[in-house]
Design a protein around this ligand. Structure first.
Ligand code: UD1
Ligand code: MG
Length: 448
């Protein structure tokens, strides 16, 4: 059986008051629409058609879906009509309809919807829809029943006071028998308060035609939270973040304060790692086991080994090897790689540099475009002068080197193994292995 999904996302999203299309607004590091597409994929639905407008359309392919453009937004029913008219007709096909502004829908709901059109003895339903009990007041369409059966859905703007008091609502997620849907959208009329073609009117169409419409309860109403303005966006973000934290906690990570720990999907964090408050971890970062991260840390595209401590520091697009200590107040960026057992202390910036095992820079320093050999110690106040105003140059420091406090190394320079620079050295020439230099400009000291 062919199951496809249509995701409605062409609405103007006027209440966001934004020049960015609503479904591209970000929560937890991904556009809202990304979450809907992922949940559909996880439910086994790979063929997804997003109904877009002109501004949104160029962004959809990058998210892994195809799109159809609805040039005029004449309502949800019209949006689905535009979509089914452009996709190939499949006999016996099923179509799930979802909204691009509901990022919290878990895949289980879509999975349930896929199975919701089975006949179970009676005639197979033409349509199933997710229903939800919501605290009032709410802008969701109300489900009007006659006895046990769903009779129709009434939109808030068209509802009578009695209908507005109903607390069973339409979540906006549907499954349709494809042939029935194609007929139903042709029958829609726009005689209502908004002069729109409502997809919700398909319910009454089926009921009148003697067809079954099956309700599927959503359970938690947060699952179907719709984002229409930035207040709801913040609510959705908080809920998504709480879920991400909960997943890692269940997998063995201690998160001291989930409310101030900001995660994204697709992170990996090892067991017995402890995350302290005000920490943000993003962009596919990978963190090993037994680490201590935070408080006040920001890790973006970071790869962290096991047993690493990172306090009050920023790590961007860089690797920190196992059993290293970083911070407080360090900034490691620009594809820096620390092999392990390193120590990076306060007010140290490391950019595009490689620290071999055991190399240390414990106090205020700038290491840019540098190679630091095993067990070398970079003294406080060391600067690699890597930029001559036009080009960047590399500094190479060998093993077991002792760089004295307040050394400036004017790159490109090589300092050999076991060498030493005295405090305040300005190194303008290469330093041979075992050599000791000092002064400005640095000159060899007499051999001991
Ligand atoms: C819709 C339902 C309502 C339900 C609610 C749940 C209808 C008529 N009403 O109302 O019963 O409780 O969702 O969230 O369907 N869209 C288009 N093209 C259009 C109009 C809308 O693609 O011409 C898209 C929007 O981008 C949005 C979705 O369809 O993603 C829902 O549209 P919206 O206007 O937000 O409908 P609601 O008023 O929320
Ligand atoms: Mg809406």
């Amino acid at each position: 059986m062919t199951i496809r999904a249509i995701v409605l996302a062409a609405g103007k999203g006027t209440r966001m008051k934004s020049s960015t299309p609503k479904v591209l607004h970000e929560l937890c590091g991904r556009p809202m629409l990304w979450y809907t597409l992922r949940a559909l994929r996880e439910a086994g639905i790979d063929d997804v058609i997003v109904v877009t407008n002109d501004e949104l359309d160029p962004h959809v392919a990058a998210l892994g879906a195809r799109s159809v453009i609805q040039r005029e937004q004449l309502g949800t029913g019209h949006a689905v009509k535009v979509a089914v008219e452009q996709i190939e007709r499949v006999a016996g096909g099923r179509i799930i309809v979802a909204c691009g502004d509901m990022p919290l829908v878990p895949p289980e709901i879509f999975r349930t919807m896929v199975g919701s059109l089975e006949g179970d003895g009676a005639a197979a339903p033409a349509m199933a829809l997710v229903t939800v009990k919501m605290p009032l007041p709410s802008n969701f369409g109300r489900i009007v029943r006659s006895g046990n059966d769903i009779e129709r859905i009434v939109e808030v703007r068209d509802a009578t006071p009695d209908e507005l008091a109903l607390d069973e609502m339409n979540a906006g997620i549907y499954a349709f028998d494809e042939a029935e849907l194609r007929d139903a959208v042709l029958a829609l009329r726009n005689e209502n308060a908004q002069s729109e073609y409502y997809l919700t009117d398909t319910v009454e169409h089926f009921v009148r035609g003697g067809k079954r419409v099956r309700p599927v309860p959503a359970g938690d109403h947060l699952h179907v939270l719709g984002v229409n303005d930035r207040v709801e966006l913040a609510l959705a973000r908080r809920e998504m973040n709480a879920r991400l934290c909960a997943r890692h906690m269940r997998d063995g990570v201690t998160i001291v304060d989930p409310a101030t720990t900001y995660l994204e999907p697709e992170l990996s964090i090892g067991r017995d790692t402890v995350i302290y408050p005000n920490t943000t971890i993003s962009l596919l970062s990978e963190i090993g086991e037994r680490c201590t991260i935070g408080p006040n840390a920001r890790l973006s595209a970071a790869k962290i080994g096991d047993g690493v401590t990172i306090r009050e520091s920023v790590i961007v697009e860089s690797e920190i090897g196992s059993e290293s200590t970083v911070g407080p107040f360090a900034h490691v960026r620009g594809h820096a790689v620390l092999d392990g057992e390193n120590r990076v202390g306060n007010f140290v910036e490391i950019k595009n540099s490689h620290y071999a095992k055991g190399a240390k820079s414990a106090h205020l320093a700038y290491l840019g475009d540098a190679e630091i050999g095993e067990e070398s110690n970079i003294g406080a106040g060391t600067i690699t002068c890597n930029y001559d105003g036009k080009n960047k140059h590399r500094t190479t420091i060998g093993k077991n080197v002792m760089i004295g406090s307040n050394t400036s190394i004017v790159a490109p320079r090589t300092i050999g193994d076991d060498a030493l620079t005295g405090a305040g050295s300005v190194v303008t020439k290469d330093v041979a292995p075992g050599e000791r230099v000092a002064g400005n400009p640095a000159k060899p000291l007499p051999k001991k």
